[in-house]
Design a protein around this ligand. Structure first.
Ligand code: NDP
Length: 284
């Protein structure tokens, strides 16, 4: 039987209604959630991502501020801007669009963001809290995947989840979140020998590789849940994921499409984190 599609676009709309309600109640309490986005240089993809984030803020009634710098900006200038935003009471979330130009120290920039305003969930304090199961701002793409699984009633306890990809923004944190929900997690990466022998064991297979059509049916167990985090362009220049969607759909139980799968959830979770940070700020 063909897999059921997990529609991230629809789920995103549903979640955004809930987030908007939370924005409204914050406003009644006199607080407008605010997000500052820092964009360095002229990378086209980054500009598109930032524009989409600002559009989402506008739709949900979240105040957003775009701060742009030339690609030649110095580390010190960037750091002092972040320090100022950390002190700014109208701003509850700070996001530095990555990647940054090579001369800048990305780790130091992320460390400078107040953990309470770190809506990307990349600050070591938030990463550490997540690992030990404390409340934290969690990275948006992995959180989006967790919401998708939960919304479809896909149980995690005791399930074997295999994640292909171990980046700090997707694979590693997602594995940790799944572990916290009692899944058994296997991480695979570019040095893994005989990848299919691992992925074939997965009850839930997550692809976060960045290679078009990388996961074919040979890598998938019958009836597995397949989550495709990848965003790639195929030979025709069309957007696609890491999974050979049409073939894998024939054997999976659930599958996420690209586009319209994990992608839309990422920005929704950024909005969620911004509202959560604003709520926490007034509770402090
Ligand atoms: P990275 O390039 O940082 O990580 C890719 C991972 O894939 C690495 O861990 C790498 O292993 C592993 N890998 C590469 N080749 C192989 C291989 N042949 N076999 C097994 N593993 C392999 O990418 P990201 O994690 O940042 O992103 C992954 C994908 O997800 C990309 O397509 C990206 O565009 C997309 N993405 C989508 C988002 C969304 O909103 N939907 C958000 C963020 C990313 P190693 O560590 O050994 O190098």
């Amino acid at each position: 039987m063909e897999a059921q599609t997990i529609n991230g676009k629809e789920l995103s709309i549903k979640k955004r209604v809930e987030i908007q309600e939370n924005v409204q109640s914050l406003k009644k309490e006199g607080v407008v959630p605010g997000l500052a986005v820092i964009l360095v240089g002229n990378n086209d993809a980054s500009r598109t991502y930032v524009a989409n984030k600002q559009k989402a803020c506008k739709e949900l009634g979240i105040y957003s501020e775009l701060i742009t710098f030339d690609a030649t900006v110095t580390q010190d200038v960037l750091l002092s801007k972040i320090h100022a935003l950390n002190e700014n009471k109208d701003i509850h979330g700070i996001l530095v669009q990555l990647p940054l130009p090579k001369h800048l120290d990305e780790d130091e920039i992320i460390d400078a963001i107040s953990p309470m305003k770190d809506v990307d969930g990349f600050h070591p304090i938030n990463v550490g809290k997540m690992v030990i199961g404390q409340d934290a701002l969690m990275p948006c793409t992995p959180s989006g995947v967790m919401v998708m699984l939960e919304d479809h009633g896909i149980s995690l306890s005791g399930k074997h989840v295999v994640i292909v990809g171990r980046s700090n923004i997707v694979g590693k944190p997602l594995g940790q979140m799944l572990l916290n929900q009692d899944a058994t997690v296997t991480y695979c990466h570019s040095k893994t020998h005989d990848l299919a022998s691992f992925t074939k064991q997965a009850d839930i297979l997550i692809a976060a590789v960045g290679k078009a059509n990388f996961i074919t049916p040979d890598y998938v167990k019958n009836g597995a849940v397949v989550i495709d985090v990848g965003i790639n362009r195929n030979e025709e220049g069309k957007l696609c994921g890491d999974v050979a969607y049409h073939q894998v759909k024939e054997i999976a139980s659930y599958i996420t499409p690209v586009p319209g799968g994990v992608g839309p959830m990422t920005i929704t979770m950024l909005m969620y984190n911004t509202v959560k940070a604003a709520r926490k700020a007034i509770e402090r």
